[in-house]
Structure formats: C-alpha cells, structure tokens
Design a protein around this ligand. Structure first.
Ligand code: FES
Length: 118
C-alpha cells in the first residue's frame, strides 16, 4: 500500500494556514496546503485563471485565494468558486502517523483531471 504513496515528510513542516511546494521532475510543481482546522490538501501549483502560484495565496476554510487576482479555489475539488470558471488538478493526499503522503501516480501524472460535470 505504502508503495503507491509518496512520503513527502512530516505534517509539522507546514504550519496551519500555509503551504509548501514540491517540485516534480518532469511534471508540474505541486502545492500542499495545511488549513487552519488541520486538514491537508494538494493541488497543482497553478491557478486556473492565469497560472498564479496558489501556494502563495491565503488559505481560509478549505479555500485558497490566489495571490494574483484573488480568485477563490476550492482545495477539495480544485474548482474556481463563485462566478469564476476553471479547475486545477488535485492530488490525492493522506496523512498517516504524522506524515503526509501523495498518490504517486497523480504526482507523476500531474494530478487527477477534474470529473466532467454534465
Ligand atoms: S492567476 Fe489566479 S486569479 Fe488570476
């Protein structure tokens, strides 16, 4: 099971309300977020608007506000909220015994494409 997941280190490396980035060889940079209520999410670090670095945005609830033009992006789904339209791939993440794991396949493949909404 662990073989399918990439150990990216202890949860303590990201303080609540912050994010860290993870360079991916041959892929896109990933942003891992720690919410103020102690949840963790990972997204490709590229705003669906004009590719702003979401890792530098403001985290509130399970949303990050992009630092460039203040779009709100759901950390759960990667979707732009409100009137804005767009989506960034999410990376499945789990926390186990105080360490953060990302789904290896999604990291290497650049994330899970958003499900199509009919
Ligand atoms: S690039 Fe993120 S809101 Fe414009």
């Amino acid at each position: 099971m662990i073989g399918d997941w990439l150990d990216i280190g202890p949860v303590s490396q990201i303080s609540p309300g912050n994010a860290r980035t993870l360079p991916v060889r041959g892929g896109e940079e990933i942003a891992v977020f720690h919410t103020l209520d102690n949840r963790f999410f990972a997204l490709v670090n590229r705003c669906p608007h004009k590719a702003g670095p979401l890792s530098q945005g403001i985290v509130h609830g399970d949303v990050v506000t992009c630092p460039l033009h203040a779009w709100n992006i759901s950390l759960k789904t990667g979707k732009a909220l409100g009137d804005d339209d767009g989506c960034v791939p999410t990376i499945p993440l789990r926390v186990d015994a105080g360490r953060i794991y990302l789904l290896r396949e999604a990291v290497l493949g650049g994330g899970t494409p958003p499900a199509k909404v009919a």
